[in-house]
Design a protein around this ligand. Structure first.
Ligand SMILES: [Zn+2]
Length: 208
């Protein structure tokens, strides 16, 4: 993966600093059951480079939230472990922005980065927190309309992934009637896995 050093400005404190960003995102359209991009056994792992933390005020956010500036800077972005940066961004989204949808997406990315780093306990906790804020995002107005299906689906899948098989099944049973056909196929597959008490990640494969 090719990375570029890009200078950015923090929208909160105005500090300019260097970041490392992925030169080009290639989306194959293939997803795993948590909707993370994957290709067969390979996960591209862009996520650690999509998060950025200001080395002065500590704002953690998508790299794209920091505007590029065209100059060289001496300071570099904070080198905090990616899952902890996503956790900080998730807390900020919930507490400061009151955006529980954004918070859930950040917790989900935190879980993936924790998986990549072998941080098993943290990844389970991030999934639990993602479920909590995603549920809130459906009852307030923070979940965008075109993301509601993804969020409803993800709540069920994350329940299975953390071993709450009964809750996974009853969640999917309550929403499967209004899911689009491809999500409904996946929901039925995940309910069968929950019956077997299987919490493994699988492909998002909508062949019945
Ligand atoms: Zn800052």
């Amino acid at each position: 993966m090719e990375l570029d050093n890009i200078a950015v400005r923090c929208p909160d404190c105005g500090l300019k600093f260097m970041t490392r960003q992925v030169r080009e995102f290639v989306d194959t359209g293939l997803r795993n059951s948590e909707l993370r991009q994957h290709i067969g056994e390979v996960t591209p792992c862009y996520e650690p480079y999509a998060i950025c933390t200001c080395p002065s005020c500590g704002r953690a956010d998508w790299s794209s939230a920091f505007d590029a500036v065209f100059e060289e800077c001496a300071l570099f972005q904070a080198r905090t472990t990616p899952h902890l940066q996503y956790r900080a961004a998730a807390l900020r989204a919930a507490q400061k922005e009151r955006n529980y949808y954004d918070s859930g997406i950040f917790y989900l990315h935190a879980a993936w980065c924790a998986d990549d780093g072998g941080a098993v306990l943290q990844s389970k906790e991030y999934r639990r927190l993602a479920i909590e804020v995603f549920q809130r995002s459906l009852s307030d107005v923070s979940c965008p309309l075109d993301s509601r299906i993804d969020v409803e689906y993800l709540i069920g899948e994350l329940l299975r992934r953390i071993g709450q098989f009964e809750a996974c099944r009853s969640h999917f049973a309550s929403i499967i009637g209004h899911l689009p056909p491809n999500y409904a196929v996946m929901a039925r597959k995940l309910m069968r896995l929950a019956d077997l008490q299987n919490s493994d990640l699988v492909a998002f494969d909508t062949a019945a």
